[in-house]
Design a protein around this ligand. Sequence first.
Ligand code: PAF
Length: 283
Amino acid sequence: MSRSPTIVRTVPALRRAVDGLRARKATVALVPTMGALHDGHVSLVRVAKRRATRVIVSIFVNPTQFAPTEDFSSYPRTWKADIARLAAENVDLVWHPDVKAMYPEGFATRISPEGPATAGLEDRFRPHFFGGVATVVGKLLTQCRPDVAIFGEKDFQQLRVVTQMARDLDLGVRVIGSKTIRERDGLAMSSRNVYLSPDERRLAPILYRTMKEAATRLRSGEDVAAAMAAGSEVIKAAGFALDYFEVRHAETLAPIAATSDGPMRILVAAKLGTTRLIDNIAV
Ligand code: PAF
């Protein structure tokens, strides 16, 4: 039997709700989202349920992580369907502030992450992004006070940035990365996939296929620079506008020169038409 989650829209109401959970000795998991929920988000909720006795999902399309040229106003918003999905998963509480509740008049503080946030990947193309993410996630974590917070590996640099921030600021939360959920043809699930035209949708899985081929070549001893160059060529030849196809150290995200330099992660970002896709895999 599914049960509708309690929906909370103000900070004082959230504080009361979280105090109530704590008074009942609950352990709390937070799944931060911007809504437009898909099976990838549901998998995060299921991880959360295994890690804590109560699950909070936040739904907040965060304006500070979008540049003025990006899709904040057109970002998909599917509230009713989202709540139905969360009810089916028996989520306990949905934290759904509006922009004024999250950033009240006079708001003037920003978390400015360094380390993984300056790896020259997403930050090179979206310089505003990690400041906005770190600030809102810092707020979500202090508002909800969870024991654990679950983030998708699909946004791998974001996962590393948030993990570092939670550690650096002693937020007392364990950040858990959860594996990317893919469509049958390999495309990583993302709320932005709805922007793809049918032709673009057919091409999109090339990103995953190219990363898998590069991983195979790296495992059989191919040189890092050669694997990056070959992967980049395949993606450009398929018609993508490539931002990066990089092999990085899986923990620090630092560039690596040789396959012996540490655990590797392949990360890609490319545009098909106006839709920007990002993805990554372990080697
Ligand atoms: O990954 C997302 O959906 C967002 O960046 C997050 C973590 C919810 C912060 O707005």
